[in-house]
Structure formats: structure tokens, C-alpha cells
Design a protein around this ligand. Structure first.
Ligand SMILES: [Zn+2]
Length: 565
């Protein structure tokens, strides 16, 4: 209604000869024009442009400065981008948003380079923790220690006598508990390993404190859930962080319902500054089935209608499920997740989700874990017929030779996180051998087979910063500096392919390619202005590129102040 009023005002002022072109009289002026930008639109019909006009929350014109200036009215705000690169906002197809936000304030263990430093930081955090609270978070990575041995409870018991500790490995597939936490959770030498999980034990059979996959749940059951305020604070921190990095949409994998409630609350208050697509666990599929909502249900800021399933564990925790044993663990092929015991339970749940029109996103990492999911997807298609489902396999990490074609035939989207490649690339070959590693994070091979890619980070498992993801996809230079020309360099992508996977690819993966993913008239005005031109600089420098401004629906959600005139 508000818009109608001043649209009339502009037409009237033009009628008395304000110098707008003839066309300006028949349309409103833009609210915002960004000009003098180097725009990569990710729209093949007009790949490059200088200027973009925004009206309300939508893009209305893209073109040269002169063409777009036809949308300039008396109230139009103009941003001079000073020749900087403007891209569609990044859409992170796989995040754990609340955990990420909480991590920003939790104990930081990822860059602890020795067990002593790991213990020191936990001890320091314990002194700042209120009695009764748990020390959580961490994201430790023992592969950065020498020797790379798993931590044990003894390492931290002395510094945390009165505080329960449950710090997770960075991949989320292992957690280390101290003795008090094990006691509160009732985990003892007599506790059997749950299906899909391992309680790591010493020679006498006593728990060492490390718990893998489904065994983590035994511990987390004892952790009090976060309060509403704690959860809201974490989400607000995550929204802020996303805006500062040019991430304008995220797809939240396995949120709690309480997270969705907070998104809804923030939306109501006009404070949701990142667009969310939330995919709760498939074990709760019947809730969404009962309501009757279908894939991508909701509005531009908040959608549901997908479910997240787990096929197996992770490579780092040696729980990703393979056809052949790990090269460095004879006899161990990894684990199917607890949801896959038996596989028929998973298949039933997926059949119900599909019959209801819900989208299915399945975590699958090992070649056998991926194959098992493709089998189920094929069985669903056989039973329910073919239609546009956009099934996803999250991570799609290690494919069997035979499965690249099946992936394409079933139109499965590979939802991948390139940063994992430069992180795991440090040690993956030792764990699975050269042959399997050659089909690991095989982005180029997937594209060659006609598989669509959607990019993400898996934050808080990896950093949310899209520049690190673009850097990883284009260089494949492992974090240890040992593969400067790329780990399996034949799998590198071009910067244009990487940007496309991170914008249109991710939008397609959430059924939103007609709403976002490119700078195209009619689409939502989600954009990011960068400090350097990622399309022309040496890919090695992409990781240092900063965000100058972020817009979501034409609203400025981040401004570092250094951007433009
Ligand atoms: Zn994840």
C-alpha cells in the first residue's frame, strides 16, 4: 500500500516535466541503485553488468550505468561501488547454524596444536563457567598434534574436577567427555556400544572418554538443553556472522524445532537477516507429514519441508561406511548410522517423506554409505514414479566408480563442502589409499557426469567464510601447505563454476532458483560487494578477500565502512 502512494507521486512529478524518459512515467523509481560495480550476475542471459536497481526487496533492472539510471528517482539511494566486484549473495547449502553461533562464544580448540594446549584451554574455560554448566563446543582436531592420538579423559580431569565437559571433535562425529560427564551420563565399562556408535575403551575395557557417533547421544542426553535465551543469542550471533561474510541464505541441517521457533520469532520482529531453509531429522518425519506441508514450504525468509537423514559417520572418525576396509584399519569398514539399523527402517521413513512431497537430504560419506542411499532413492522412484524431487546427498564424499552415473540418472544433487577437501586432504589418502582418494571430493568428475553441485561449508564443522570455500574449490591446496598445486588437481573447479555452485546451485537445491541465486530482474535483491575481484585475482589470494557490503532483499545487513563512495 505504501508503495502505491509514492508510485503515484513520481508519475505526477514526471507529468510536469521532470526530465525522466518517457518510460519512467509508467513505472516507479528504484529504492536503491548500485552503480559502477563489476557485476558477475550468474545469469547466462547477461553475465556481466555495471549497475543494478532494486525496488522493495526485488531486483528490477540490471545493465550498464546508463540503462539502469532510467530507474533513478528523487528518493533513490545510490551506492557507488567504485569498480568493486558484486556477486549474488552466497547460499550455504549445509550449515548447523545454532551450533555455529554457539561456537562463536565457546571454547576454541580447533587450533590447539598439542594435547597440553587442548587441556590448558579447557581448564581456563572451566574457571569461567558457572557451577552446573557444561563445557561444550571445542571442535578439536587431534590430527594437528604430534603424535595424532585421540585425547582421553585423564588429560582434562585434573583441570575440570567440578565441571562436566563434553567437547566435540570438529567433524561432530566424536566427543570427549571428562570423568564427571561420564558419571552424570551413566556411561561405564559395562555400557554396551550402541548400534551405529562406539565407546572408545582402554585395554581394561574402561571408557577413555571418547565417544563416536551414536555413542555421543548417550552423553548428550545428560546435557541440559539450552534455554530459550541461550538459543536465541546463538542464532543472533550466527545471523551477524553470516551477514559479515556475504552469506544471505543458509540451509540448516538437522535443526531442533526450538531453532525453527526462534527463526519464526525473529521473522516476526523483522530481525531475520539471513534466509533459512530448515531440514529437521528424518526420525521426526511424521510431524511434517501430519501437517501436510511439502518441500520448500514457507516464505522468502523461512522455509521448511525437507528432512535430513544420516547414512553413516565421517572419515575423520573412521565411521564413514566403505565397501572395503580402511587402509590404515584392517577389518574396519566404518559404520552405518543408527537410522540405518536395519536399512528397511530408513527406506520406510524415506518412502513416507516422499509420498508426502517432502525433500530428502541424506548425509552419506563412505562409498558404501552413498551406494545404500542411492539404492533407496532408486527404490522410491520405482514405487512412486519419477518427478522433480531434488534428492540430495550431503557431503557426497567418496563415490564408488559405478555410482557417478547412478547419481546423475536419479538427478541427485551433490551438496558438497570444498573446505573439507583441503582439510581432510592432509591425511585422507593414508586412510583410504590412492585409488579411493582419487574419487574423493570429486567435484570435476561429478560435473562431468552431469551431476548438479550445491556448495556449503557444514559450519560449525568448517568455517562459514565463502572465500575459504571458493579458495578450496579452485586451488585444492591442502591446509598443511603440502599440495600447493592442488590435491588431485584434476578435480579443481574454475572460479565461475565455484560461484555458480554457491549461488544458483544452492538455490536449485532448495527449489528457489527462480527466486534467488543470480542478479536477475524479478529476483530477490540478495548481493555481496567484495574487496577484490575473485574472478580475476590469483585463486591463492581468494582466501584473503573481504566483504564490503551485504544486502538481503535490498536491505543492507553488513557494511564494513570501507566500501564505496
Ligand atoms: Zn553437517
Amino acid at each position: 500500500m505504501k508503495r502505491c502512494f509514492w508510485q503515484v507521486a513520481i508519475v505526477l512529478s514526471c507529468a510536469v516535466g521532470c526530465g525522466f524518459g518517457i518510460f519512467a512515467q509508467t513505472r516507479p523509481a528504484a529504492d536503491l541503485i548500485i552503480q559502477n560495480a563489476r557485476i558477475w550476475t550468474v545469469d547466462p542471459s547477461l553475465p556481466e553488468a555495471e549497475s543494478v536497481a532494486i525496488l522493495g526487496d526485488r531486483i528490477v533492472a540490471v545493465g550498464s550505468n546508463q540503462q539502469v539510471d532510467a530507474w533513478h528517482g528523487p528518493q533513490t539511494r545510490v551506492v557507488d561501488a567504485a569498480g568493486k566486484r558484486l556477486l549474488p549473495g552466497f547460499n550455504d547449502a549445509h550449515v548447523h547454524f545454532t551450533d555455529g553461533g554457539a561456537q562463536l562464544d565457546s571454547v576454541e580448540l580447533n587450533d590447539a596444536t598439542s594435547p597440553q594446549e587442548f587441556a590448558r584451554r579447557i581448564g581456563e574455560r572451566a574457571t569461567k563457567t558457572t557451577k552446573g554448566e557444561w563445557v561444550l563446543g571445542g571442535d578439536w582436531d587431534e590430527t594437528k598434534w604430534s603424535p595424532a592420538e585421540l585425547p582421553t579423559k585423564e588429560l582434562i580431569d585434573a583441570v575440570t574436577p567440578a565441571m562436566p565437559v563434553a567437547v566435540n571433535r570438529y567433524d561432530g562425529h566424536m566427543v570427549l567427555a571428562n570423568s564427571l560427564a561420564l558419571k552424570l551420563a551413566g556411561i561405564t565399562a559395562q555400557t554396551p556400544d550402541p548400534a551405529g556408535g562406539v565407546i572408545v575403551r582402554d585395554k581394561q575395557g574402561n571408557p577413555t572418554g571418547a565417544l563416536k557417533d551414536a555413542a555421543e547421544d548417550l552423553l548428550f542426553k545428560a546435557v541440559p538443553p539450552p534455554s530459550h535465551d541461550q538459543r536465541r543469542h546463538a542464532i543472533e550471533r550466527a545471523l551477524e556472522h553470516a551477514a559479515s561474510l556475504g552469506v544471505t541464505s543458509v540451509q540448516h541441517m538437522n535443526p531442533d524445532y526450538a531453532d525453527i521457533a526462534i527463526y519464526s520469532e525473529l521473522l516476526d520482529e523483522g530481525k531475520l537477516t539471513t534466509r533459512i531453509y530448515a531440514a529437521p531429522l528424518i526420525t521426526q518425519v511424521d510431524d511434517q507429514v501430519k501437517i501436510g506441508i511439502r518441500r520448500a514450504f514457507g516464505g522468502p525468509y523461512l522455509r521448511i519441508g525437507a528432512v535430513k537423514a544420516y547414512s553413516d559417520g565421517s572419515l575423520g572418525s573412521t565411521t564413514a561406511y566403505f565397501f572395503e576396509p580402511y587402509s590404515d584399519r584392517p577389518g574396519n569398514r566404518g559404520l552405518l548410522s543408527d537410522e540405518m539399523h536395519p536399512i528397511s527402517i530408513m527406506q520406510d521413513r524415506m518412502m513416507r517423506a516422499d509420498a508426502a512431497g517432502l525433500q530428502i537430504c541424506t548425509h552419506a560419506i563412505g562409498d558404501a554409505g552413498i551406494s545404500a542411499i542411492l539404492d533407496i532413492y532408486a527404490a522410491i522412484e520405482k514405487e512412486h514414479g519419477s518427478r522433480d524431487r531434488r534428492w540430495r546427498i550431503e557431503h557426497s564424499q567418496h563415490l564408488a566408480v559405478k555410482d557417478f552415473d547412478r547419481f546423475a540418472q536419479l538427478h541427485v544433487i551433490a551438496s558438497v563442502q570444498p573446505y573439507h577437501a583441503i582439510d581432510d586432504g592432509r591425511w585422507a589418502e593414508g586412510r583410504i589409499g590412492h585409488d579411493r582418494a582419487s574419487r574423493t571430493y570429486a567435484f570435476r568428475t561429478l560435473l562431468n557426469h552431469g551431476v548438479r553441485l550445491a556448495f556449503g561449508t557444514d559450519w560449525e564443522v568448517a568455517p562459514l567464510n565463502p572465500m575459504l570455500t571458493l579458495y578450496a574449490a579452485t586451488t585444492r591446496a591442502t591446509l598443511d601447505g603440502k599440495n600447493p598445486d592442488g590435491w588431485f588437481p584434476e578435480q579443481k573447479l574454475t572460479i565461475k563454476e565455484a560461484i555458480e555452485a554457491y549461488t544458483m546451485g544452492s538455490a536449485y537445491a532448495e527449489f528457489q532458483e527462480s527466486e534467488k541465486g543470480s542478479i536477475t530482474p524479478g529476483k530477490l535483491a540478495d548481493m555481496v560487494l567484495l574487496s577484490d575481484d575473485v574472478l580475476s585475482i590469483d585463486p591463492v589470494k581468494i582466501r584473503d578477500v573481504k566483504v564490503f557490503k551485504t544486502w538481503v532483499g535490498g536491505k543492507l545487513t553488513y557494511d564494513n565502512g570501507a566500501a564505496s563512495r
